[in-house]
Write a protein that binds this ligand. Structure first.
Ligand code: NAD
Length: 265
């Protein structure tokens, strides 16, 4: 499977280069970055801290989409919307890791899924995807009197909040309760907020240092509190999960798939 990487010089992009080079059945078709990027023309293997691999960083996005079977995209929301349209146009499959997409950008993804196969996940780690299932189950079993709070912490470079994973956990909890997250989410608290509303799902966001990604879901009842956590200590888990998704989606019909589909959960 020929795999291309957009945003190849980013934190995740470099990890993805290593994961594609290491994966059986995968071939690195190329990597692109903005034309202004300082690493343009550098060997991708070297860029990721490995031996040279003979493929250089470029800015020709369309050529990469035409050459690759699957593109992996961990960039930024506006870029990802453009890449989804390009995938629909060229027939390349797309693995979307970018988080923080707005409604219009998400619609571009859904539209592209009529023409090509895409996988989209807020988190490509196996552990978080298992956690999503457990949270849905716990929210179904525990009564509404158990207040659900979702706490996340990430490195100080992260630009969106709450994290895509925290929102995915919120959606899983809401699904377990048979409600829509948009109707019960409480994302910002400041000043005289009044008492907590029964049934709300609260979010708290911490930012600092080099934290790769910590998430805790709390079910706080009267007399007890159940907490379930995931802590990522390396971006490798996201990169290897995304490459697994790329190898899987290469053989799929047009449609929008999740990591649950990839893992067969
Ligand atoms: P980053 O800023 O280090 O990397 C993003 C890269 O994309 C940058 O190098 C930037 O120059 C490049 N880029 C932006 N627009 C581009 C364009 N039009 N063409 C080519 N390259 C372009 O960020 P990061 O930490 O690697 O995270 C990237 C995204 O992935 C974020 O949205 C983050 O939340 C998300 N993320 C998702 C997961 C997951 O498992 N789904 C895990 C980690 C990060």
């Amino acid at each position: 499977m020929k795999i291309g990487i957009v945003g190849a010089a980013g934190r995740m992009g470099r990890m993805l280069i290593g994961a594609v080079l290491a994966a059986e059945g995968a071939e690195l078709a190329g990597g692109v970055e903005k034309s202004s990027h300082q690493d343009q023309g550098r060997d991708l293997g070297e860029l990721a801290g490995f031996e040279p691999c003979g493929v250089k960083l470029s800015s020709d996005t369309r050529a990469l989409f035409e050459a690759a079977d699957v593109i992996i995209d961990f960039t930024a929301p506006a870029a990802t919307a453009l890449h989804a349209a390009l995938a629909a146009d060229t027939g390349a499959r797309l693995v979307v890791g970018t988080t923080g997409l707005d409604v219009a950008q998400q619609q571009t993804i859904a539209h592209a899924a009529q023409k090509t196969a895409l996988v989209q996940a807020a988190n490509y780690s196996v552990g978080v995807n298992v956690l999503l299932g457990l949270v849905e189950q716990m929210a179904r079993i525990l009564p509404e009197s158990y207040d659900i709070e979702i706490l996340e912490m990430h490195h100080h470079h992260k630009v969106d909040a709450p994290s895509g994973t925290a929102l995915a956990l919120g959606h899983a909890a809401a699904a377990g309760r048979g409600v829509k997250l948009d109707d019960v989410a409480d994302k910002v608290r400041d000043g005289i907020t009044g008492a907590r509303r029964l049934g709300d799902i609260g979010f708290a966001t911490l930012r600092g240092g080099d934290v790769v990604g910590d998430h805790t879901v709390m079910f706080a009842g009267a007399g007890e509190r159940v907490e379930i956590s995931h802590k990522a200590s390396s971006r490798e888990i996201f990169a290897s999960g995304a490459v697994r998704a790329a190898l899987w989606v290469g053989g799929q019909k047009p449609g929008l798939y999740s990591m649950k589909d990839v893992l067969g959960l």
